[in-house]
Design a protein around this ligand. Structure first.
Ligand code: IMP
Length: 171
């Protein structure tokens, strides 16, 4: 197997600084509940909130919309947030929007809880794979249909610690 750099650590940090600036303008000093989607988003969450000036209430959620490799179309809650988001600004932070299934279900679930506003930040998006169209308020990078790892993203639980996004190939 081999891993080649697809998006460098420097490029990621540059883009995060740009996104943080946009977030700060939009929330204008108001507190936001940041919901990081485990496990993949942990590194993006950590870097993005440190680059932001906006006051943050941080929580994490873990969901799965897959049983094995087949999409079930259902969201399985593995770990819910503890905070009540009613009448709060909520910013969901994802690692990657692939088919869009996970985030579509997650957004619907959060909307049922009555937030003041709901926005989404995703580091990566594979537009060619879209099955469920998702509005991404803050997007890091659009990428081609490649399997990527690193910077939080895994292959069978490995490679999350890489500081860059790499392209994985089995050969
Ligand atoms: P979706 O529901 O199809 O949008 O799937 C999103 C989830 O699939 C992400 O949160 C990742 O956990 C996983 N995923 C999709 N593409 C990749 C990839 O290229 N590398 C690692 N994980 C991925």
């Amino acid at each position: 197997m081999s891993v080649s750099t697809y998006i460098s650590a420097e490029k990621i940090q540059e883009r995060i600084n740009e996104i943080a600036h946009l977030v700060d303008i939009d929330y204008n000093g108001e507190e936001v509940v940041v919901i990081g989607v485990l496990n993949g988003a942990f590194m993006f969450v950590s870097d993005l909130i440190r680059a932001m000036q906006t006051p943050v209430y941080l929580d994490f959620i873990a969901v799965s919309s897959y049983e094995g490799t087949e999409s079930t179309g259902k969201l399985k809650m593995l770990k819910d947030i503890k905070v009540d988001v009613k009448d709060k600004h909520v910013l969901i932070i994802e690692d990657i929007v692939d088919t869009g299934l996970t985030i579509t279900k997650l957004k619907a679930l959060m909307l049922e809880r009555g937030p003041k506003s709901l926005k989404l930040a995703s580091l990566l998006h594979k537009p060619s794979r879209t099955e469920h169209k998702v509005d991404i308020d803050y997007l890091g990078f659009e990428i081609e249909d490649k399997f990527v790892i690193g910077y939080g993203l895994d292959f069978n639980g490995l490679y999350r610690e890489l500081p860059y996004i790499g392209e994985y190939s089995a050969s």
